[in-house]
Design a protein around this ligand. Structure first.
Ligand code: GSH
Length: 239
């Protein structure tokens, strides 16, 4: 049971997409409780023949899901935007900037989804370990063709914003937003999953590298990364 004033995050007991949401809570310094019970999550989000057992006031397809009182929300980019707005991690430069933030955030989520698919070439709902050999071709293709393209776009986005705002160092506008946290997460996941290409490509993406180092040192985030709340990357799907 959770109290009506408490934020709850439902997610599998791993980093995964849940990490995007955790970073927003952690940077904002807002307490949250996690429910990582695999049986409960499976009942609600895996078994197609059962009605949801947990009290979700609005149907959700898959975790991460957040809940506070009666309010329930899923879809990671939407959750992060919603929490960002609530916790002051939201652009303040007007409507166009808000949409640019959303564009940037969704690009990051496309990158994560593309990377994940490469690890699940035969069946995207089955574990990587059941298709390790078959999917290696997809991983190789991703590393050669897709990874540099995604990173190039992220580098361009940072360059464009830094140029516009005299090198303020954020993804969007002149202040920290939920997009910075999403970008930090995807860059950490990339480095962890693809250490050799990350090293090889370092000359091509200096802004991304500097951004990742700098953001990781923000006090709340640095404390989180050192804490046992922060789970290691799985190493099997860029998450
Ligand atoms: N677009 C959704 C995707 C959610 C998703 O695929 N969640 C995974 C874990 S990262 C899951 O549990 N999927 C269950 C399923 O697709 O059946 C989001 O960004 O939140």
């Amino acid at each position: 049971m959770s109290s009506s004033s408490e934020w709850v995050l439902y997610y599998w007991p791993l980093a995964g997409r849940g990490e995007f949401v955790r970073l927003v809570f952690e940077e904002a310094g807002v307490p949250y409780k996690e429910i990582n019970d695999v049986e409960l999550l499976s009942k609600n989000f895996k078994k197609i023949d059962l009605p949801p057992s947990e009290d979700f006031s609005f149907p959700c397809f898959a975790p991460p899901v957040i809940k506070k009182g009666d309010f329930v929300l899923s879809q990671t980019p939407v959750i992060c935007e919603y929490l960002g707005k609530k916790f002051g991690l939201y652009p303040d430069g007007g409507e166009e900037e808000e949409y640019h933030a959303r564009q940037f955030n969704l690009t990051i989520h496309d990158f994560i989804a593309d990377g994940r698919l490469a690890f699940h070439g035969r069946n995207h709902t089955e574990s990587y370990y059941t298709q390790k050999e078959e999917t290696q071709t997809y991983i190789d293709f991703f590393v050669k063709n897709r990874l540099p393209k995604w990173l190039r776009n992220l580098e361009h986005l940072l360059n464009a914003n830094y140029g516009k705002h005299g090198g303020k160092g954020y993804a969007i506008g002149t202040k920290m937003t939920y997009v910075d946290l999403a970008l930090l997460h995807v860059l950490r996941a990339t480095e962890s999953q693809f250490p050799a290409p990350w090293e090889e490509l370092k000359g091509s993406f200096p802004l991304c590298r500097e951004f990742k180092e700098r953001m990781s040192q923000r006090p709340n985030l640095a404390a989180y990364f050192k804490s046992d709340r922060c789970r290691p990357f799985e190493g099997n799907s860029m998450m």
